[in-house]
Design a protein around this ligand. Structure first.
Ligand SMILES: Nc1ncnc2c1ncn2[C@@H]1O[C@H](COP(=O)(O)OP(=O)(O)OP(=O)(O)O)[C@@H](O)[C@H]1O
Ligand SMILES: O=P(O)(O)OC[C@H]1O[C@](O)(CO)[C@@H](O)[C@@H]1O
Ligand SMILES: [Mg+2]
Length: 341
């Protein structure tokens, strides 16, 4: 029997455990594979830190948030590269890898794949910013969580006649803001893809107030107002050198209050959007992606990412998947904009 290694890399995301369960069930029940799970992303691969994954160890996992394998943002390319990964796989008698990750982790997987390592990617991110797949699992859960939170902000906002501002995640793309904002009936949605001016945002807030509504603004963490050139990140860089986004909501609270004269309150939803149990949609998507990754391995389809297309699960070359980020197109924003103010 052959062996597959599974690792989860980048930010965690509701549904990762369902991928692990789907893969192990598919491989073990068809009698084709047994599995090891590498702990804490690529760092577990490089240090041979793995655990056996059996039918028993994945029992009940599809509804569990987070990742039982742990995750990290370790870069395998700069920490030993392909030779170190190959040596580790040989020690563990691992034939191929299933890498569950976002655009960064899958970029690393692609480079390793081009060096001859058998690897299959599974697209994971609440941000939904990966190309070549209709949706990434975790996105639906994040939107659901954000929508519930924004609905709650609305009732307190209405009671106090305030403008409520909800800041949601979205490092490169405003998908969570767009969907949660539309679902919750936001009067303005501000995303990184559109350089909306603060004056325009204030006009939407005032228009909602003039109709007797308590204005509701949803802003993605990476929104850049017109006239500025970079996202707001008052907390500096993280340990991997990435800007620690988060806080633009508080800045907008001051600026919109100043521009409109309406009392504003901001809430930053942060990691609440990434935690907890996945929605039914994400459980099904993640399980199917995990099963499809094993199917691809059994057909010798390496260097691909499993992908959701309509109701099908298919495979695409890793290179195609990570080439360009999947951001909110103009027509989707203009459609939502009709509802603002
Ligand atoms: N272009 C790249 N080539 C090789 N390795 C990369 C590349 N970009 C990122 N990485 C590595 O992959 C790690 C994970 O990337 P990143 O932090 O963007 O998370 P992710 O997998 O995209 O998930 P998410 O963004 O959803 O949290 C990075 O810390 C870095 O080590
Ligand atoms: O958990 P960390 O490392 O602070 O990363 C936060 C980032 O990860 C994501 O949740 C997923 O990429 C982004 O939306 C957010 O900017
Ligand atoms: Mg990323």
């Amino acid at each position: 029997m052959k062996r597959l290694g599974i690792l989860t890399s980048g930010g965690d995301c509701p549904g990762v455990n369902a991928v692990v369960r789907g893969a192990v069930l598919a491989g073990v029940r068809t009698g084709q594979y047994d599995f090891v799970g590498y702990l804490d992303g690529w760092s577990g691969v490089l240090s041979n830190n793995s655990v056996p994954l059996t039918l028993e160890s994945v029992r009940g996992l599809s509804r569990l948030g987070g990742t039982i394998l742990g995750t990290s943002r370790t870069n395998p390319i700069t920490s030993g590269g392909a030779p170190a990964v190959i040596a580790s796989m040989e020690r563990d008698h691992v034939d191929g890898l299933i890498a569950v990750g976002g655009e960064g982790s899958l970029a690393a997987a692609r480079i390793l794949g081009e060096s001859g390592i058998k690897v299959i990617g599974v697209p994971k991110t609440i941000d939904n910013d990966l190309s070549a797949t209709d949706y990434t699992f975790g996105f639906d859960t994040a939107v659901q969580t954000a929508t519930e939170a924004i609905d709650r902000l609305r009732t307190t906002g209405e009671s106090h006649h305030r403008c409520m501002i909800a800041e949601v995640m979205g490092r490169n793309a405003g998908w969570i803001a767009l969907h949660a904002g539309m679902a919750a009936g936001a009067h303005a949605i501000l995303i990184p893809e559109r350089r909306v001016s603060l004056e325009q945002a204030a006009a939407w807030v005032l228009s909602a107030r003039n109709r007797g509504r308590a204005p509701l603004v949803v802003v993605a963490e990476a929104y850049v107002p017109a006239g500025q050139d970079a996202p707001y990140f008052p907390r500096g860089l993280d340990t991997f050198g990435r800007p620690r986004l988060g806080g633009i909501g508080y800045l907008l609270e001051e600026q919109l209050q100043e521009l409109t004269g309406i009392e504003c309150r901001a809430t930053v939803l942060g990691h609440i959007q990434r935690g907890g149990a996945p929605t039914a949609f994400d459980r099904v998507l993640a399980t199917r992606l995990g099963m499809a990754a094993v199917r691809a391995a059994s057909k010798g389809e390496w260097g691909v990412m499993v992908s959701s297309r309509g109701t099908d699960i298919t495979t695409v070359a890793l290179a195609a998947a990570i080439g360009e980020l999947h951001t909110v197109p103009e027509d989707r924003y203009l459609e939502a904009e009709m509802l603002f103010g």
